[in-house]
Write a protein that binds this ligand. Structure first.
Ligand code: PHE
Length: 447
């Protein structure tokens, strides 16, 4: 007898969990970083366009495949079409989960350590931009300290995944998301009213069309996939716990809007602050760890708000990291028949080890460059810009041509669920997105 698969406790529970997966460092750390590196408003505009034209349709596709297959990424694909190709495609997602979590946990670890830096007063008294830069360099450049925090973060992620979905994920996310949104809102107001911030607001919102080229498009596409947790089975796996009566398209819209609004708020904090404090927008992964303390330093009760912010950021990162680990663990459980505990612990250890070079690449190993990138940037670019869009490309081909557009639409519309734009969606999935994604991937890669 097949055991009844776990399901979400409620619709709102699923939304919070999926939005929890989507909302994380991708919004608060990666989005401002990419905006800063890719010329501001033009990148933001492309990002918005791609969310609607590609992100949401891919999310609908993934949720449908997961709910239909009722399994992990590999199992779901192959339960619909059992050929070696779809094993490989599924496995690519598991691999992406592995690699993403390895550097994600390093960044999240920096965030955890900042909780303590705020609470013990490291940033008291409004440090200047360059003073905060020095504090960050002291942390990230150290060989041991960031590894300790990386370990702490991986241990927390593993612990939650061992306990199983549903138990914790729904509960935490319901509290966290409103709190995070509220705090970001307050911070955005503080940031845009700083002296000299307006220039940053304009740079963030006003597209400079000369900045648009294949590099920006490629970057924005990667950011959409990363931020919406697409292309590697996280959303697919969450969809596999979804009940038959749920409206997949409207859930996909809601999740994407929530994700988008957090990213825009984060951008409205970081970018104006960069300008106000005379920092460089293209500082890379370090950006938020330098600008944010400077903003908090310029606020009353800054240490308290700073500590609180990094606590919320840590929880937001956890609700994403568990979805990354869950992809790997669900694969081990379903396909290798390991139990949950063994799967999570072994995967957790392996991912911790894989994260070590990313951590060291910010200090001791900063001289090592591969394709002009340090190890962390390489792991990030390889997954966000290549593996995830490739996973998305294969998913839409799967839905449109292998499972079949008609079957997919029928699945979405079962039990009287409405999907007015279904016709447009399926045409996009079958005839437009495969070419567009392939084109961006190839030209971006050659670039
Ligand atoms: N979307 C998550 C974030 O923005 C990261 C993530 C990527 C999670 C891919 C799952 C899959 O932080």
């Amino acid at each position: 007898m097949e055991k009844q698969r776990e399901q979400w406790g409620s619709r709102i529970g699923f939304i919070f969990a999926a939005a929890g997966s989507a909302i994380g460092l991708g919004n608060i750390w990666r989005f401002p970083t990419e905006v800063g590196r890719n010329g501001g408003g033009a990148f933001v505009l492309l990002y918005l366009l791609i969310i609607f034209a590609i992100g949401i349709p891919v999310m609908i596709s993934e949720l449908s495949v997961g709910r239909k297959g009722q399994k992990n990424i590999v199992g779901s694909f192959t339960s619909i079409k059992n050929t070696p190709l779809w094993h490989v495609v599924g496995f690519m997602g598991v691999l992406a989960g592995f690699i993403i979590l390895s550097f994600y946990s390093v960044i999240a670890g920096w965030g955890v350590s900042y909780i303590f830096k705020f609470l013990n007063g490291t940033f008291t008294g409004g440090l200047s931009g360059s003073e905060v830069e020095a504090v960050f360099a002291g942390l990230s450049g150290n060989a041991i300290q960031p590894l300790f925090w990386h370990l702490v973060f991986m241990a927390m992620t593993t612990y939650i995944v061992v306990k199983g979905i549903g138990n914790g994920i729904e509960k935490y996310s319901k509290l966290l998301m409103p709190a995070l949104f509220g705090l970001l809102f307050i911070l955005a107001i503080r940031a845009v009213t700083l002296d000299g911030a307006m220039e940053g607001v304009i740079w963030f919102l006003k597209p400079d069309f000369t900045e648009i080229g294949i590099k920006t498009i490629f970057g924005a596409l990667g950011q959409v996939f990363f931020s919406l947790s697409l292309g590697m089975g996280a959303i697919l796996t969450y969809g596999s716990y979804l009940g038959k009566k749920e409206n997949i398209p409207s859930n996909a819209m809601l999740i994407s809007f929530a994700d988008l609004s957090i990213a825009i708020l984060a951008g409205l904090i970081i970018i104006p602050a960069v300008f106000a404090f005379g920092l460089e927008p293209n500082a890379g992964p370090a950006l938020i760890f330098i600008t944010l303390p400077a903003v908090f330093g310029a606020m009353p009760l800054g240490n308290l708000f700073g500590g609180l912010f990094f606590i919320l950021l840590t929880i937001a990162a956890l609700t994403s990291s568990i979805s990354l680990l869950e992809v790997v663990v669900a694969y081990f459980i379903d396909e290798l028949k390991w139990d949950r505990k063994k799967s999570a612990i072994l995967a957790g250890i392996a991912i911790f080890v894989l994260g070590i070079p990313s951590s060291l690449s910010q200090g001791l190993w900063s001289g090592i460059s591969i394709f002009g990138m340090d190890f962390l940037d390489l792991a990030d670019s390889f997954t966000a810009k290549i593996l995830l869009p490739l996973g998305g490309l294969m998913t839409v081909i799967f839905v449109g041509w292998v499972w079949g557009g008609k079957n997919a639409l029928e699945h979405i519309r079962q039990e009287g669920v409405k999907f007015k734009l279904g016709g447009i969606w399926i045409n996009l999935v079958k005839y437009v997105m495969p070419f567009v994604l392939l084109y961006i991937l190839i030209s971006g890669f050659l670039n």
